[in-house]
Design a protein around this ligand. Structure first.
Ligand code: SF4
Length: 295
C-alpha cells in the first residue's frame, strides 16, 4: 500500500532499517527485544503491543503510564521502541495459550507510522488468526487499510477511535493520527469488506466534544455508516494524563483549563459531569437510532 499522504512517514521507506537509536522527524526510534508479547487483557482475553510508545502523540493518551515501566528521557509521543522479535516471541507463546479474543493494541497504536516499515502488527495478527484467535482492532491510522486483505473473511472486528468531530481539534489533540474523515473512511471500507465494525467515541473532551451538537454528529455518523458496536469514554485522570491535557489546553483553550481540572479531580464536579454526559450520550444514541448498539 502506498504511503497515505494524510499520515506522516517516519522513514524514507526505501532506506535500510536503523541499526541503533535514530531520530526520525522528532521521534527517537530504538529496536529492542521482548521476552513476551501476548498479555492477559482487561478489554478482551488478551492484548499485544509490538511497539512501546506511540508517535500519534495524543494529548490525553492513557498509555503514558507505560513510561513508568519503560523509562525514556523523551516525552510521550517522541519515542518508539520497536520489538523486533515480536513475531517469533508470539509464535512461541501461541504454542501454550488457549485461543481467545485479542485486543490490539492496548498501549500503542499498532498501525502507527513505523508499522509501515516493520509490519510487526500485521504479522502478529496473521499468526493469531491462523492459530484460531479472534482479533479486535482499535486504531486511528489509515495504515490499517493495508491489512484488509488479511482480515477479510476472518474473525476480525475493526474499530476506530474518534474523540471529536472537529478536524481542527483532532489535529491539536492527536497530531500524528489520521483525520476524522480518514477514520470514518476506515469504517466505510471495513464495512464494505464485510468486517464487523466498532467505534470508540472518546475520551469525549470537556467543552470541546461533549456538547449535544458534537455528540449528535458522532452518533449520526455511526448510524450512517452502520457501525455494529459503539463505545464512549469520559476523560479520566489516569496517571500521567493531566500534563498532556494541560499542555493542549494552556496552548489552545485556556478558558477550559479550570473546568477540566475540576471535572477530573474534584469528586462532586466529576460525578455531576458524568451524570449529565451519560444522559446526553443516551439521548444522542436514541435520536440516531443506535441505542441498541451501545457496548
Ligand atoms: S493513538 Fe492511542 S496509544 Fe497512540 S498516542 Fe494516541 S491515544 Fe495514545
Amino acid at each position: 500500500m502506498p504511503h497515505d499522504p494524510e499520515q506522516p512517514s517516519l522513514f524514507d521507506l526505501t532506506s535500510p532499517a536503523p541499526a541503533g537509536p535514530v531520530l526520525a522527524g522528532d521521534v527517537v526510534i530504538r529496536e529492542v527485544r521482548c521476552k513476551s508479547l501476548l498479555n492477559r487483557g482487561r478489554i478482551d482475553d488478551y492484548s499485544f503491543n509490538a511497539y512501546v510508545g506511540c508517535a500519534h502523540a495524543c494529548g490525553y493518551c492513557y498509555a503514558r503510564f507505560m513510561q513508568r515501566f519503560h523509562p525514556h528521557t523523551e516525552a510521550w509521543g517522541r519515542f518508539v521502541d520497536v520489538k523486533i522479535n515480536a513475531v517469533e516471541v508470539l509464535a512461541r507463546q501461541l504454542r501454550k495459550l488457549p485461543a481467545g479474543r485479542v485486543f490490539t493494541c492496548s498501549a500503542c497504536d499498532g498501525w502507527q507510522p513505523l508499522e509501515q516499515r516493520y509490519r510487526l502488527t500485521r504479522e502478529c495478527c496473521r499468526l493469531l488468526l491462523d492459530a484460531g484467535f479472534d482479533i479486535h482492532v482499535l486504531t486511528k491510522s489509515r495504515l490499517v487499510l493495508r491489512d484488509l486483505d488479511l482480515f477479510a473473511g476472518r474473525a476480525v472486528r475493526l474499530g476506530v477511535t474518534i474523540t471529536t468531530p472537529d478536524e481542527r481539534w483532532a489535529r491539536l489533540w492527536e497530531p500524528g493520527a489520521a483525520s476524522v474523515a480518514g477514520r470514518l473512511d476506515i469504517l466505510r471500507q471495513a464495512k464494505a469488506a464485510g468486517l464487523e465494525t466498532t467505534v470508540m467515541f472518546g475520551p469525549l473532551l470537556p467543552g470541546i466534544s461533549d456538547t449535544d451538537e458534537a455528540i449528535g454528529q458522532l452518533f449520526g455518523w455511526a448510524a450512517e455508516l452502520g457501525v455494529d458496536r459503539i463505545w464512549t469514554d469520559i476523560l479520566n485522570p489516569r496517571p500521567r494524563v493531566w500534563p498532556g491535557v494541560q499542555a493542549v489546553l494552556k496552548a489552545h483553550a485556556p478558558e477550559l483549563y479550570e473546568p477540566t481540572r475540576q471535572m477530573l479531580f474534584e469528586a462532586p464536579a466529576r460525578r455531576a459531569y458524568q451524570r449529565k454526559l451519560n444522559e446526553r450520550i443516551h439521548h444522542a444514541a436514541e435520536r440516531a437510532g443506535v441505542a441498541n448498539r451501545m457496548g
